[in-house]
Design a binder for this molecule. Structure first.
Ligand SMILES: N[C@@H](CCC(=O)N[C@@H](CS)C(=O)NCC(=O)O)C(=O)O
Length: 212
């Protein structure tokens, strides 16, 4: 398998964690977002959505991190990233989607760039925007984790799930943009634990071949 990835992409970071958790070997094909490598005809031929990550498997290329992770879950079910019971699976997906659908898209590079130009926001306004949406999302997730975590070290129950896979990269982004994460002690504690696990540590931005 080949993963089109950018070291600081939190969506790619999710897929790297999932691949590592499932013990799947892959090669990294770096796509540098800074000069716009994701908008070149070569990359768009691979992934017409023009975003990273994309996973190539057996000649097929798939975009969207959660679609990729669900594909890996179906093709490599062990260890499972979703619980067995339907209601529990839905709860884990609900937390994962809060990150992937409600938080991350508002703070994506192209959205921040659009705020700068043509909308004319300065860096302070962009930071305010960024931090607002992190705080809004984490507020709900902190409470959900309080209800669902079984041990204070995982978002749901006492094993790693898709919700954890989505949380850690989002926390990385929050720290990178100096968001106030003090009000979210449970999320911080969960991340502190997860980041010690080899599958998460090897997926971290600073551990990637294109880290710079
Ligand atoms: N919903 C997509 C989001 C993918 C995405 O937005 N990736 C970012 C990096 S984290 C990207 O390629 N951004 C390029 C841009 O905004 O121009 C997923 O989960 O894969």
């Amino acid at each position: 398998m080949r993963l089109y990835s950018y070291f600081r992409s939190s969506a790619a970071y999710r897929v790297r964690i999932a691949l590592n958790l499932k013990g799947l070997a892959y090669e990294t094909a770096p796509v540098d977002l800074r000069p716009g490598a994701h908008r070149t005809p070569e990359y768009l031929a691979k992934n017409p959505q023009g975003l990273v990550p994309a996973l190539e498997d057996g000649g097929a290329v798939l975009g969207q991190s959660l679609a990729i992770i669900e594909y890996l879950e179906e093709t490599h079910p062990e260890p499972p990233l979703l619980p067995r019971a339907a209601l529990e699976r839905a709860r884990v997906r609900s937390m994962a989607l809060a990150v992937a659908c409600d938080m991350h898209p508002l703070n994506n590079l192209r959205v921040l760039n659009y705020l700068r130009s043509p909308l004319g926001s300065d860096e302070e306004e962009v930071d305010t925007w960024y931090r607002h949406w992190i705080a809004e999302g984490f507020r709900g997730l902190e409470e959900e984790a309080r209800r669902a975590s079984g041990d204070g070290r995982h978002m749901f129950g006492a094993t790693v799930t898709l919700a954890d896979v989505c949380l850690v990269p989002q926390m990385f982004n929050a720290r990178r943009f100096k968001c106030n994460i003090e009000p979210f002690p449970l999320l911080r504690g969960i991340c502190a634990h997860l980041e010690t696990l080899p599958a998460f540590a090897r997926a971290a931005p600073e551990a990637q071949p294109d880290a710079a």
